[in-house]
Design a protein around this ligand. Structure first.
Ligand code: SF4
Ligand code: SF4
Length: 446
């Protein structure tokens, strides 16, 4: 068996963000059935689904309510039983309109009677098909359809499966709770994926601010019955944001660099989020597709911060009410963590498959700092994990200089926010970069 180095590798940049992991040590609560769910047809990267039900239809939990033949797409399922109230348009956080199936719950949470455990999965194709049937998308926040990722192209040799439990975003603890509450499921999922993909080396990457997760997963990963060819190991990584970003994680775990335009599969790695492998194991046991999501509800405006398991499509305000409501007027509500999350304008929006947190902050915590002139200190450059020049990107955006933006590799930016976090002048670097990317896309379309 090939010998691999045992220690994590150094990566460039990053930021020492405060952790604020306030909810890590409380068991997840389960939300009672909501009165209504709003199920948008776009909950993944790729083509939106088309509704497969109509107004007045009775639906069961786990029944398909949206699908599309496009390859980069994942079907969407009803998360409650009840009646389709309407098919309408909703505005998503990214600003795009999409169709949504609105379901009035009958409170029964009756599962689709046709759901049954799938036959044993024996091939890569069957694994990818199962992930698609289950509606699985990257549950760590990316929302990339899992069947596309598992469909490893011929000729790409995967020798390392990396399980992402870094959870480097402040406040967010939903993966932490998954590891503690469903550790056995996680290991079942890992062993199944590694067996089917014929990968013998699995690295479970956890930031070192989660010693209980490291201990728990180390205990169960250390299976004396395992094949002597197998290496299933927990790797404690330094807590430094954005350790959980896919390219950073691959480098920290293996020392291999994923170049711009490449995927982890190009350097022999497959990265899966812990909640995704755990869900795959439960789907193989029960056949129930993805209808529930664990979400961290936290922030200074939330009365009782905690992790809650909710039916997908539940309006955010219902989940906040379950957590005791707001203790002060929320000035800013984020879908996701404070570094990469998106600010939303209404808590009527639904929880989506890829949401791992909702954070609500009061006026004091949400206050914007004044921006001053760039002092050319270079801290943003030192902080960038992709080795970009954020300050030059900002200038090129101001000039709408698409050629310069392309030369500076703007599309490689993963919008992690390390540059803005490190900037003593409070420059809005990420906003400028997002704008710059839109200029490049527009120019490409022309
Ligand atoms: S937001 Fe982009 S430019 Fe800024 S540090 Fe992250 S990757 Fe680099
Ligand atoms: S960190 Fe801020 S002040 Fe320093 S070079 Fe970058 S943009 Fe300028």
């Amino acid at each position: 068996m090939q010998e691999f180095p045992k220690h994590p590798f150094r990566t460039h940049g990053g930021a020492p963000v405060p952790h604020h992991k306030n909810t890590w040590n409380a068991p997840s609560a389960v939300l009672p059935p909501p009165e209504r769910v709003i199920i948008p047809m776009q909950q993944h990267i790729g083509a939106p689904c088309k509704p497969t039900v109509k107004k007045g239809d009775h639906v069961y939990v786990g029944q398909v309510v949206g699908d599309n033949d496009a390859f980069v797409c994942a079907p969407i399922h009803a998360s409650v039983s009840g009646t389709v109230n309407s098919i309408t348009k909703v505005l998503l956080t990214g600003g795009q309109m999409t169709e949504a199936v609105i379901i009035d719950s009958d409170g029964q949470m009756e599962p689709d009677p046709s759901i049954a455990p799938p036959p044993p999965i024996k091939s890569k194709k069957e694994l990818a098909d199962a992930a698609r049937k289950a509606g699985l998308v990257g549950l760590g926040g990316a929302g990339f359809p899992a069947h596309v990722k598992l469909n490893v192209p011929d000729g790409k040799n995967i020798d390392t499966l990396i399980i992402n439990v870094a959870e480097c975003e402040p406040y967010v603890t939903s993966d932490h709770r998954e590891a503690l509450e469903n550790g056995k499921n996680v290991l079942d999922g890992i062993y199944k994926v590694k067996e089917i993909l014929d990968v013998h080396r699995v690295l479970i990457a956890v930031e070192d601010n989660k010693p209980d997760v490291i201990q728990k997963l180390t205990e169960i990963a250390d299976d004396p019955q395992k094949d002597p060819k197998d290496e299933v190991r927990v790797l404690a990584l330094k807590s430094r944001y954005p350790q959980g970003a896919e390219k950073v994680l691959v480098q920290a775990c293996t020392g291999r660099k994923v170049a711009p335009g490449q995927l982890p599969a190009d350097v022999g790695c497959l990265v899966m989020n812990i909640a995704s492998v755990s869900f795959l194991a439960s789907f193989m046991r029960t056949g129930m597709p993805l209808t529930l999501k664990r979400v961290t509800i936290d922030g200074s405006a939330i009365k009782n911060p905690q992790n809650v398991i909710v039916p997908i499509g539940t309006p955010i305000k219902d989940v906040v009410e379950f957590c005791g409501g707001y203790k002060s007027e929320p000035r800013k509500i984020l879908m996701g963590g404070p570094m990469m999350g998106i600010a939303i304008t209404s808590d009527e929006l639904p929880i989506l498959k890829q949401n791992n947190a909702i954070l609500a902050f009061d006026a004091r915590e949400a206050q914007q700092y004044e921006t001053t002139a760039c002092i050319r200190c270079g801290r943003c450059v030192a902080a960038c994990p992709m080795e970009l020049m954020p300050t030059k990107l900002e200038k090129a955006t101001e000039k709408k200089d698409v050629e310069a933006l392309q030369e500076l590799d703007i599309m490689t930016c993963m919008e992690c926010g390390c540059c803005a976090f490190s900037c003593p002048a409070g420059r809005r670097l990420v906003q400028a970069i997002r704008l710059g990317k839109s200029y490049v896309r527009k120019a490409g379309k022309k």
